[in-house]
Design a protein around this ligand. Structure first.
Ligand code: MN
Length: 290
């Protein structure tokens, strides 16, 4: 069992479950921020101004509230619980996460990043909104398939490497089948869940290495959790700020493009202030941040 660290993103605090120092990725999943719970107004939401990404996909999944996504492709998309926003950065895209102009109340969810493989990480950016996803109601739990397949049904969400991402609403003990070739992680958003070798609450993550064919989960109260999995990512990634790359030079080039507005990142039609990149850590004699 590992503990998330608290970070500040835009206007709200998050519990960052991935990356962990001892395990940077779970499959191609390389980042997981549990957002909120926070209280937002029609005009003040996540308030994450325009910022760039390369080499990854962002997945936004809310358990409460509404948020507005804008990006340099011209997308303007409100997201609500049960829906998935999936942005593929490829070689570069910028976006913002904003108040909707109408929703006020509780906001909670998770933002996940997926490292793109060599084959697509330099490719064109794209955005998908999935208004509905496959959902199963079983006696012990409800399962929503965010990415990949469960119970013979596949999510329509794009993935460039084998992946699974499930939202689990647990009411009673459940045996969740796993792909033995995958490594897996469980992130608890609400409640308390006993899992093999771990007892988890919000802010905690458990990771299992490949070789398991099922996960026995015992909720101690009605609980909500995210299960992530995939085969160990075969490429060594270099991750810094909002960039997933392979080398420091690639990261420095992306930071320069953002700073100099050289056209690599199309502008976002947002009233929020742009977020500038911090100084590159190795220019201060440090190692890159994990
Ligand atoms: Mn982002």
């Amino acid at each position: 069992m590992l503990t998330s660290h608290i970070a500040r993103v835009g206007a709200i605090s998050v519990r960052r479950a991935l990356p962990q120092r001892l395990q940077r990725t779970v499959g191609a999943w390389c980042f997981a921020d549990h957002l909120g719970p926070a209280s937002v107004t029609a005009q003040r939401g996540l308030d994450i101004g325009p910022h760039p990404h390369i080499g990854l996909q962002t997945l936004t999944w809310l358990t409460a509230g509404e948020a507005l996504h804008r990006d340099g492709l011209g997308t303007e998309q409100t997201i609500r619980p049960g829906q998935l926003n999936l942005m593929t950065a490829g070689g570069g895209v910028a976006h913002s996460e904003e108040a909707t102009g109408s929703y006020a109340g509780r906001l909670e969810g998770i933002q996940l990043w997926v490292a793109l493989p060599e084959a697509t990480r330099h490719g064109p950016a794209s955005f998908e909104h999935h208004a509905a996803l496959p959902r199963f109601a079983e006696p012990a739990l409800d399962v929503t398939v965010l990415v990949g397949a469960y119970g013979g049904v596949s999510s329509p969400a794009r993935h460039d490497t084998p992946l699974v991402g499930l939202d689990l609403a647990l009411r009673a003990e459940a045996l969740v089948p796993l792909a033995p070739a995958y490594e897996h992680a469980l992130i608890v958003l609400e409640g308390a869940v006993s899992a093999p070798g771990a007892s988890l609450g919000p802010g905690q993550i458990a990771i299992w290495q490949p070789g398991r064919d099922a996960l026995r989960l015992v909720p101690r109260e009605p609980s909500r959790a995210i299960l992530l999995g995939g085969p160990p990512f075969p490429e060594t990634i270099s991750m810094w700020w909002n960039f997933v790359a392979r080398t420091r030079d690639e990261i420095a080039a992306a930071a320069r493009s953002w700073r100099e507005r050289d056209g690599r990142f199309a502008p976002v039609a947002s009233a929020l202030a742009r977020i500038e990149a911090p100084g590159l850590p190795w220019h201060r004699g440090d190692r890159p941040r994990p």
